[in-house]
Design a protein around this ligand. Structure first.
Ligand SMILES: N[C@@H](CCC(=O)N[C@@H](CS)C(=O)NCC(=O)O)C(=O)O
Length: 248
């Protein structure tokens, strides 16, 4: 890689929301990772999905890489990023387990909250501003149908609401107990798991109003303070990023 011409990284994500730079934990995770790793990037906003049908994805010098975790791996190799080099193999295994818990389990509780329990609030508060006016009346209903189908197929959507929130609370309790009074998830130094954990916590804290999950998270002081710490460290421009994002 030439020092003068670093690869051009374009991050494809949906439009900013008025409360959080991304309503998607995967998009917020990947952008936080880019910031943690000091990788310069440009953003292409929109709903254009990757070849796998998902967001986020990146283009690096024109090559498409999809799935946020494959994007992380690709960027680590390309930019020689070592956010986890201080972790031993046991710590890496623990970090991997929490990473998967948050993205493969807690994420579905978030989806359930948004698209089933608190759909009306989510739709009126946050969803509308993600779309140009012409799509606003149609897109939420289409998305809700799609996400309900995914929730049923994954299994979370088959549970009673109280069961879903019990699962979500258990995840957050485990994360909070593990974080304890550490500065970052794995100790004094930030690592990739912090991008994942911050994204999930921030999405719950800022974009799930009236949610039992948010209420529980708000009661775990160490997670709330952790989120604030991460936000101050990597998103000092948070307010500028979210202001004025309502599409006309
Ligand atoms: N494993 C994927 C998951 C990405 C994902 O599920 N993205 C959601 C947004 S939060 C999406 O694109 N959903 C569209 C759909 O499933 O139709 C990743 O890490 O990038």
């Amino acid at each position: 890689m030439s020092a003068r011409n670093p690869p051009l990284v374009v991050l494809h994500i949906p439009h900013r929301s008025k409360v959080i730079p991304s309503l998607s934990p995967f998009c917020l995770k990947l952008e936080t990772f880019l910031r943690m790793a000091n990788v310069p990037y440009q953003i292409s906003y929109g709903m254009k999905r990757s070849k796998k049908g998902k967001l986020p994805w990146i283009e690096v010098n024109g090559e498409q890489i999809d799935d946020s975790n494959f994007c992380v791996k690709h960027l680590e190799n390309l930019f020689t990023v070592h956010l986890d080099s201080h972790l031993n193999s046991q710590e890496l295994a623990i970090s991997y387990a929490f990473w998967k818990m948050l993205e493969e389990n807690t994420y579905w509780v978030i989806l359930y909250d948004r698209w089933v329990s608190n759909y009306t609030t989510f739709k009126s508060e946050f969803l509308q501003d993600s779309y140009p006016s012409i799509l606003r009346s149609l897109a939420p209903a289409v998305l809700q149908k799609n996400y309900k189908k995914q929730l049923f197929a994954q299994g979370m959507g088959r549970h009673h609401p109280e069961e879903v929130y019990t699962i979500g609370r258990k995840d957050l309790m485990a994360l909070s107990e593990f974080l304890d009074d550490k500065t970052f998830m794995m100790g004094d130094k930030p690592c990739t798991l912090d991008a994942v954990a911050f994204a999930v916590i921030a999405v719950i804290l800022y974009s799930l109003p009236n949610s039992e999950l948010q209420a529980y998270l708000a009661s775990r002081d160490n997670l709330v303070l952790y989120c604030k710490r991460m936000k101050e460290k990597y998103w000092s421009d948070w307010d500028e990023e979210i202001i004025g994002q309502i599409k006309s």
